[in-house]
Ligand binder design. Structure first.
Ligand code: UDP
Length: 323
């Protein structure tokens, strides 16, 4: 059985939908931001907080858990600057608790959700895993701290991990049953689609004089199902007897500016977006684009969805489920 912590969240619930096809899945989620209705009904669900040692201890005694996939975290950069204690408690403290229950019960395999925010603001075209880490906000720092703890646990205990550094996850499941829904929404693609559907007055473009071809920030958008499939490959690998701990970037390897995202949303929907040019958002690097070469070479993973497909899937889900 595979334990998925945070399996009711955006990325976790998409992973669970793929994983239930081949494994027994136990989802834990405290439902602080996740949605119970997003959890595939083939999975077992327990409402639990990974910071609760005694509850986890009981769960690990009752279920034959072979590995943990850990998505449960707070993940908003801006909020982490305003409320760092929340980020260090949820992302570091609670994860440490989960790790210590794993060690106690000799469950020595973890797939960890990390982030491109661990790199900070590298002035480089394609970021590979050798780029120096210099996270500039508590969110990125909290994720890097756990990677360091994982590295030490792997040296000391019978413990192996794969850490996946996500770039910009986007899109929705092809069934349109689950998709991206945050409250409040801060991510670009859902915000643009909400505007196009008439639920927002306008889209604010945060910064128009960056050192990029059209002056707006460039990001690497990866379909959430491509992301989920990378986790399945990483898990298969981690459960093999000769696996090694490793860290991988997870992105498409292609950069799109904020204006290009808005244009593509307009093209996919046939609607016109109302935008306003605004000040830069603090802490936003001009360009964050992955080199995904390492995960392609080691796991044979390849992103299968392009930007239009990402936006189409998001639009289909928004129309069916939210509007
Ligand atoms: N962005 C924007 N307007 C918005 C939301 C986001 O211009 O209403 C920009 C943001 O500054 C960044 C890019 O869109 O350059 C992607 O932001 P998002 O919050 O989706 O992801 P992040 O890269 O911060 O993880």
């Amino acid at each position: 059985m595979i334990l998925v912590a945070g399996g009711a969240g955006y990325i976790g619930s998409h992973l669970v939908k793929e994983l239930v096809e081949k494994e027994e899945v136990l989802v834990l989620d405290n439902l602080s931001t996740g949605h119970l209705e997003s959890v595939d009904e083939r999975a077992t669900f327990i409402q639990a907080d990974i910071g609760d040692f005694n509850h986890l201890d009981t769960i690990f005694s009752e279920y034959p858990i072979r590995a943990v996939m850990h998505f449960a975290a707070s993940s908003l950069v801006g909020e982490s600057v305003i409320d760092p204690k929340k980020y260090y408690a949820n992302n570091v403290g609670a994860t440490l608790n989960l790790l210590n229950v794993m060690v106690k019960h000799r469950v020595g395999r973890m797939i960890f959700s990390s982030t491109a925010a661990t790199y900070g603001t590298p002035n480089i075209e394609y970021i590979d895993e050798s780029v120096p880490l210099n996270p500039i906000n508590p969110y990125g720092k909290s994720k890097r701290m756990i990677e360091e703890i994982l590295e030490d646990y792997a040296k000391a205990y019978d413990f192996r991990f794969v850490s996946l550094r996500y770039f910009n996850a986007a899109g929705a499941h092809e069934s349109s049953v689950i998709g991206e829904s945050h409250e409040p929404e801060t991510h670009l693609i859902p915000i643009v689609l909400e505007q196009l559907a008439g639920f927002r007055e306008k889209v604010s473009i945060f910064g128009t004089n960056y050192d990029t071809p059209d002056g707006t920030c460039i990001r690497d958008y990866i379909h959430v199902t491509d992301l989920a499939n990378a986790h399945i490959l990483a898990l298969d690998n981690l459960l093999s007897s000769d696996s090694k701990s490793a860290i991988f970037n997870l992105g498409n390897g292609q950069g799109y500016s904020v204006r290009e995202i808005i244009e593509t949303c307009e093209k996919v929907t046939g609607l016109q977006c109302i935008v306003e040019n605004c000040e830069k958002r603090p802490g936003d690097p001009a360009r964050l684009v992955a080199s995904a070469r390492k995960i392609e070479q080691v796991f044979g993973w390849k992103a299968e969805h392009n930007l239009e497909e990402i936006i189409e899937s998001a639009w289909n889900w928004h129309r069916e489920k939210r509007f």
